[in-house]
Write a protein that binds this ligand. Structure first.
Ligand code: DOR
Ligand code: ZN
Length: 345
């Protein structure tokens, strides 16, 4: 008997870290092999804050795409307290830029230049609403007194509700949602509010950070949450609701930067991403809904055409490499050295 196959419209990744330099050259193929487009995060060092920088970064990405592969990077701007409404208008006019990213200062990797006071960026949000440029949110508060596992829920309560009330027409993506609270909020909000879901938050609960010892390769932000939250994410992703779509948050760091006294947050899932989403959807008996989540809901939300190409996945186990080399560094992908049940043909 031959293995089960699934043929779907080529997916896109609506939240991706590609980095720069040698790292970019190494990781780009892992995304381009199965995703036609990706919303590219701007948290480089220094961050991508202007249209000119985003366009230059886009050219570096395109130059790194291997011969014979196609890939369309959809660029974003990193919002700082100095971002002007004029820059937003220029971003809208540029055909390279598709969204603006807000990192609360201190929330995650390279977020030092992020926003310290969300009440002080009204003019920019107003302009984004007016020109219809989507807002992408790392939705976590950073207050020291708020427990790290509660930061997403508190962000929704303190900030997201207000943003969505004050700027009702602003398209907003709550990125990498991790909790039942976030799912519930997005479901109740207007159709201008959506969420991306990573494959690691669908697969793992917070026990994975501490399984038999400290597991730095399962450290990401927002943190993995308890099992009930993971189940809420699986339910949302596999529900067929167009408010939820694929965003890997694949975020490579050198192995030694993760296996450190103060390790970096980020899980490198690109080499196994679409295969693992297939695993999650198969386990939930919802393979027929993978195409909507991976290939339709994202472009529909952004008002972009769906892809014409298709990919085929097959229910056949394969073994993920132990390590990926980049320049003088090594990166450990999610599931390194273990089996994945689905493969891309
Ligand atoms: O785990 C994460 N890694 N979360 C983020 O928000 C940023 C990312 C990175 O850039 O490494
Ligand atoms: Zn991210």
């Amino acid at each position: 008997m031959s293995n089960q196959q699934l043929r779907i419209t080529k997916p896109d990744d609506w939240h991706l870290h590609l980095r720069d330099g040698d790292m970019l050259k190494t990781v780009i193929a892992d995304t381009a092999r199965c995703f036609a487009r990706a919303i590219v995060m701007p948290n480089l060092k220094p961050p991508v804050t202007t249209v000119a920088e985003a366009e230059a970064y886009r050219r570096r990405i395109l130059a790194a795409v291997p011969e014979g592969m196609t890939f369309d990077p959809l660029m974003t701007l990193y919002l700082t307290k100095n971002t002007s409404p004029d820059e937003i208008r220029r971003a809208k006019a540029s055909d390279a830029i598709y969204a603006v990213k807000v990192y609360p200062a201190g929330a995650t990797t390279n977020s030092e230049n992020g926003v310290r006071d969300l009440n002080k960026v009204d003019a920019v949000l107003e302009t984004m609403q007016e020109v219809d440029l989507p807002l992408l949110l790392h939705g976590e508060v950073t207050d020291r007194e708020i427990d790290v596992f509660d930061r997403e829920a508190v962000f929704i309560e303190r900030h997201l509700q207000q943003i969505n009330t004050r700027f009702p027409a602003l398209r907003t993506v709550l990125e990498h949602v991790t909790t039942q609270d976030a799912v519930d909020y997005v479901l109740e909000a207007s159709e201008r509010v959506a969420a991306t879901i990573t494959v690691h938050h669908l697969l793992l609960n917070r026990n994975a950070i501490f399984e038999g010892g400290l597991r730095p390769h399962h450290y990401c932000l927002p943190l993995l949450k308890r099992e009930t939250h993971r189940q809420a994410l699986v339910k949302a992703a596999t529900s067929g609701d167009p408010k939820f779509f694929l965003g890997t948050d694949s975020a490579p760091h050198p192995k030694n930067a993760k296996e450190s006294g103060c390790g970096c947050a980020g899980i490198y899932s690109a080499p196994v991403a679409i295969e693992l989403y297939a695993e999650v959807f198969a386990d939930a008996d919802a393979l027929d809904r993978l195409e909507g989540f991976a290939s339709f809901h994202g472009p529909d939300f952004y008002g972009l055409p769906r892809n014409d190409d298709r990919i085929t996945l097959e229910a056949q186990a394969w073994s993920v490499p132990e390590l990926i080399r980049t320049g003088s560094d090594e990166i450990l992908p999610l599931r390194a050295g273990t089996d994945v049940a689905w493969r891309l043909i």
